[in-house]
Design a protein around this ligand. Structure first.
Ligand SMILES: Cc1ncc(COP(=O)(O)O)c(C=O)c1O
Length: 480
């Protein structure tokens, strides 16, 4: 058995007393058992190296195979208390797993659900798994930037009035670019019709923990909130939470949904990092978030001074999401991204017009200052005549649903050239990535507009993901 590097085996902020899973992870390495369990590396780092360092399993690692210590249950209960939920489940499968678990929990075969069409592909595939029929609602779009705002509660109210049998409402909030909608209004709209509101808040694990941040969905009346701990908290990749109030949710069914789609070998380090991040947020969140918010404000001010650059800001924007619209500078965001990559500062998303940088409580004034200076200098180097902002493809989709996503997903399918595809029913999911919002979903008519939107996305430097043929020379369509 090898030694873990010292810094990974310590508890620099003294969180273990309030974090049962973190404590269990630390104890595993302090006691150094000789495991006759999975994983097969048996904690040896002399075989494939540190790539497996710290990989203690939940079963037979942080807890016994029979889960006699109950550390996961205790850690989930602490998270539920912190977020004001009745139940919490940790996930090692990201918000992807969490969304799919919730989709399975709330509706099934043929049930209608009201869903924002700017849903992440994980939820769309959740609808495929559950066999539900989506009733789409669309977010408002800011005409100045082409970026999405929230879904208006009136749209949800209308959809629920027209579909009184709908079983739930699913929205994503905040949006990928950090805009925040009227979640309280959406909760009211859903509850007036007696159905739960589920918010995919993948980007908002930090919301509600500082007075300058928006409140989180449960504080605003939502019934379920899904969030990625790994996106904005100091947790391992894939770490996510499902948090729910149980007035309108069947807990047994939620648990069944979580279990149905989860691995049976969860990584203890991922789970322990959720617990540690929760303990840190609970104790030091306001201070650490306050520092990050102040540092981001300085970076925003620096960037606002760049002529023609539009910096998303205001009460309906996540203070920790730096979203920049470059159209007024004429600079190409792909060129700016290349400069940032060359300098060792990758950002979350870049296309011709929009840059998105994710900030978390791990960022500092120094890291943000460097980012702002590099972006400002790069824009000056690539500055050209201003151009109109173009609405990103994912936010302008006006889908024409022919059959349910599930029906199309499992239908006999064939591959046709793109010019023969118009008017056919799409059998696959096609999404510019990031943000991973489908422009074409299984079951939707392939329209000239959808193809034009995908072409526009590709031309602006966005990767087209999930399609069988990413060049889009061909598309998979259902057989007639
Ligand atoms: C809105 C939204 N939901 C869910 C997900 C999936 O999250 P994860 O990567 O944690 O599976 C993403 C990922 O970017 C997302 O943007």
């Amino acid at each position: 058995m090898s030694d873990l590097p010292t810094e990974t085996s310590t508890d620099p902020r003294g969180l273990r007393g309030d974090a049962p899973l973190l404590d269990a992870w630390l104890r595993f390495y302090e006691h150094r058992p000789t495991p006759f369990t999975i994983p097969g590396h048996k904690q040896r780092t002399d075989l494939v190296g540190d790539v497996v360092a710290g990989d203690a399993p939940l079963y037979g690692g942080l807890d016994t195979m029979k889960l006699t210590a109950g550390v996961l249950t205790e850690a989930e209960a602490r998270a539920a208390r912190l977020w004001g939920a009745d139940v919490c489940r940790f996930s090692t499968g990201g918000a992807t797993h969490a969304n799919q678990a919730v989709a399975l929990a709330l509706a099934g075969d043929g049930d209608r659900v009201v869903v924002s069409r700017t849903l992440h592909r994980s939820l769309l595939l959740g609808l495929v798994l559950a066999g539900t029929t989506p009733v789409w609602v669309r977010p408002e779009v800011d005409p100045a930037t082409g970026l999405p705002l929230g879904v208006a509660p009136e749209n949800v109210r209308r959809a629920l009035t027209e579909n009184p049998d709908a079983a739930a409402v699913f929205v994503g909030d905040p949006s990928y670019v950090g805009t925040v909608g009227d979640v309280a209004g959406l909760a009211d709209a859903a509850h007036e019709h007696g159905v739960p509101l589920v918010v995919d808040a993948a980007w908002a694990a930090h919301f509600g923990f500082h007075p300058d941040l928006p409140r989180h969905p449960l504080q605003l009346g939502a019934d379920v909130m899904v969030t990625s701990a790994h996106k904005t908290l100091p947790a391992w990749s894939q770490a996510a939470l499902v948090l729910a109030r149980t007035d309108r949710i069947d807990v047994a069914r939620l648990d069944a949904g979580v279990e149905a789609t989860a691995t049976t070998s969860p990584a203890g380090a991922i789970l322990a990092s959720i617990d540690a991040a929760r303990a840190l947020l609970e104790r030091d969140g306001p201070v650490l978030l306050g520092q990050a918010i102040a540092a981001t404000r300085v970076a925003r001010d620096r960037l606002r001074a760049v002529g023609g650059l539009s910096v998303l800001d205001g009460p309906a924007v996540d203070p920790l999401k730096l979203t920049l619209v470059l159209a007024g500078t004429g600079a190409d965001g792909n060129a700016v991204e290349r400069d940032l990559l060359a300098a060792g500062l990758p950002i979350e998303s870049a296309d011709r017009d929009v840059l998105v940088a994710v900030v978390s409580l791990a960022d500092t004034e120094a890291s943000l200052g460097k980012l702002a200076t590099l972006i400002a200098d790069s824009i000056e180097r690539h500055r050209e005549a201003p151009r109109p902002a173009v609405r990103p493809a994912a936010y302008g989709v006006d889908p024409v649903t022919v059959v349910t996503p599930r029906e199309a997903f499992f239908a006999a399918a064939e591959t046709v050239s793109i010019d023969q595809a118009v008017g056919r029913t799409c059998a696959e999911l096609v999404a510019p990535y990031p943000p991973g919002i489908p422009v074409l979903a299984p079951g939707e008519a392939i329209t000239v507009d959808a193809i034009a939107a995908l072409d526009q996305a590709r031309a602006s430097g966005v990767r087209i993901a999930y399609a069988a043929d990413p060049s889009l020379a061909t598309l998979r369509v259902t057989s007639d």
